[in-house]
Ligand binder design. Structure first.
Ligand code: ADP
Length: 477
């Protein structure tokens, strides 16, 4: 596994090396160009001075060698010691050497095309090697006179030795400087990486000490940096949520196990009693009917638990699409009408025209079936259950109204809690689970909607599911 510390150090080093390389290349190129301009400038100054003298005293070219030497001495006196590296030659226009200063070093021959250019009146710079190949020289060829027909070619020459030495010095300086900077970067990045990673090491070590049996433990970090304090807080709040969800889960399992235990105990008791002695067919039938009720309750409970198990992170995983509620409700009502008829309850559907909602058909169907199931369950024969679909200010409302027993006001705030059942419902039958309404609430909230209840004892209850509609839909109430 890669270590973050070595990644930080390597990255810092690579970045620094790349920057230094770019800096060194630019500095070298800039230094080279400046030095060349400097050398060429000095050469030009020397050639200008000599050309001027030769133009003012054209006769000295035809005179003796000593006079040339004197002219060269004049130039030499005017310049500083470094001018010693400068030398002069005078050629005839066709390339024959007429005169050279005493310090002129033997050169490779000047190519013809140089004389051709100068004969045309052009000045020309050129870099050449000394004949022994030991160093390079920079040369400037100037026509004499500079205006009019060319009579001589003046060659001013400067050694590039100093130039080369300066560039080598620059390279050594850049290499030593870069090496030092890279060394400091390596040490510095190590120090920085350690400083950054130490709190993370402390947090990791702390996190490793938290065991499943010790979920209440929290991390503490004494760091002045807000990023690490935030990381610690974030970790601790994840642990809070994790602990809460673990506790909820445990409580839920406890209650679910308890709810399952009751019908199973009744079932076992019934079977024990039935098997205690020989029974008549009628007695066996009665025992089986009793047991069937408990099995029905277990099936309902398992179904509700399975529905909850399909939730992801405690919420139903809804996939919202535009949905027309009216046909969907009509289908549900049609499906449940035989059951209502069986119980001699009038089931009807009253619908207004409403805009489509953003909903998940499967989950909304489940919610409405739960509400209608309850209404049919808690309404006596001869009663009525009506589903109203209407547009309201917040969107669309589906109200399930029954003329059943109703619910006492003290129970209303708790109806949507898991496994909550009223005493009356518990006494009435053993078929409920106390999970139907909590599931409806989760489904409503997953759609951005709400579920509410109003009820009057002995008159009936109304459960209203409100769902929002997409913003661009117009609601007419
Ligand atoms: P279950 O109906 O399986 O017991 P629910 O969560 O669906 O569980 O309902 C919780 C409780 O709310 C029920 O036990 C019952 O006491 C009460 N209740 C729900 N709907 C009605 C209704 N339409 N009329 C009267 N009481 C109701």
């Amino acid at each position: 596994m890669k270590s973050l510390q070595s990644l930080i150090r390597q990255s810092a080093l690579i970045l620094m090396a790349a920057l230094l390389l770019v800096f060194s290349v630019l500095t070298y190129a800039g230094g080279d160009a400046l030095l060349r301009r400097f050398v060429d400038g000095r050469l030009f100054g020397l050639a200008e001075t000599m050309a001027k003298i030769l133009e003012q005293h054209p006769n000295i070219i035809e005179s003796s060698g000593e006079e040339y030497a004197r002219a060269a001495e004049v130039i030499r006196d005017k310049n500083d010691e470094r001018e010693v590296t400068h030398s002069l030659r005078i050629f005839s226009p066709d390339g024959r050497l007429v005169w050279k200063s005493p310090n002129a070093v033997a050169q490779t021959p000047v190519p013809d095309h140089v004389f051709e250019q100068v004969r045309l009146g052009n000045s020309l710079y050129k870099t050449a090697e000394t004949l022994d190949g030991r160093w390079s020289v920079r040369q400037l060829f100037v026509p004499i006179p500079r205006q009019g027909p060319v009579r001589h070619v003046l060659q001013a020459e400067a050694s590039l030795l100093l130039y080369r030495e300066t560039l080598i010095g620059l390279v050594i300086l850049l290499t030593l400087g870069s090496g030092t900077i890279l060394f400091v970067a390596w040490i510095g990045s190590g120090w920085l990486a350690k400083k950054v990673l130490t709190p993370i090491e402390v947090l990791s070590a702390g996190a490793e000490t938290i065991s499943e049996a010790d979920l209440g433990k929290r991390l503490t970090l004494d760091s002045p940096y807000q990023e690490f304090r935030r990381l610690t807080q974030a970790f601790n709040s994840v642990m809070d949520r994790f602990q809460r969800s673990g506790e909820t889960q445990r409580r839920f399992c406890d209650i679910a196990a308890h709810e399952m235990k009751t019908p199973l105990t009744i079932l076992q008791g019934n079977l024990d009693v039935a098997l205690m002695k020989a029974r008549t067919t009628e007695e066996y039938r009665e025992a089986l009917i009793n047991n069937l009720e408990q099995v029905g309750r277990l099936i309902a409970l398992t179904r509700s638990l399975l529905t909850l198990a399909n939730f992801t992170s405690g919420k139903p995983p809804v996939h919202l699409v535009p949905l027309a509620l009216e046909p969907m409700i009509q289908d549900i009502v049609d499906e449940l009408t035989p059951l209502a008829d069986d119980r001699r309850i009038t089931l009807s559907f009253e619908s207004q025209s409403v805009p489509p909602v953003l909903g998940d058909a499967q989950w909304l169907k489940q919610a409405l079936i739960n509400l209608l199931d309850n209404a049919l369950h808690y309404t006596p024969s001869g009663g009525a259950v009506t589903v109203h679909l209407q547009a309201v200010r917040e969107g669309v409302a589906v109200a399930v109204e029954d003329t059943g027993h109703g619910i006492e006001p003290e129970h209303l705030p708790h109806l949507f809690e898991r496994f909550y059942r009223t005493d009356w419902a518990r006494a009435k039958d053993a078929g409920g689970t106390g999970l139907g309404l909590p599931i409806v609430k989760e489904i409503a909230e997953a759609h951005g909607g709400t579920i509410s209840v109003t009820s009057q004892v002995d008159k009936g209850s109304v459960f209203t599911l409100r769902l929002p509609v997409p913003a661009h839909q117009t609601i007419q109430t």
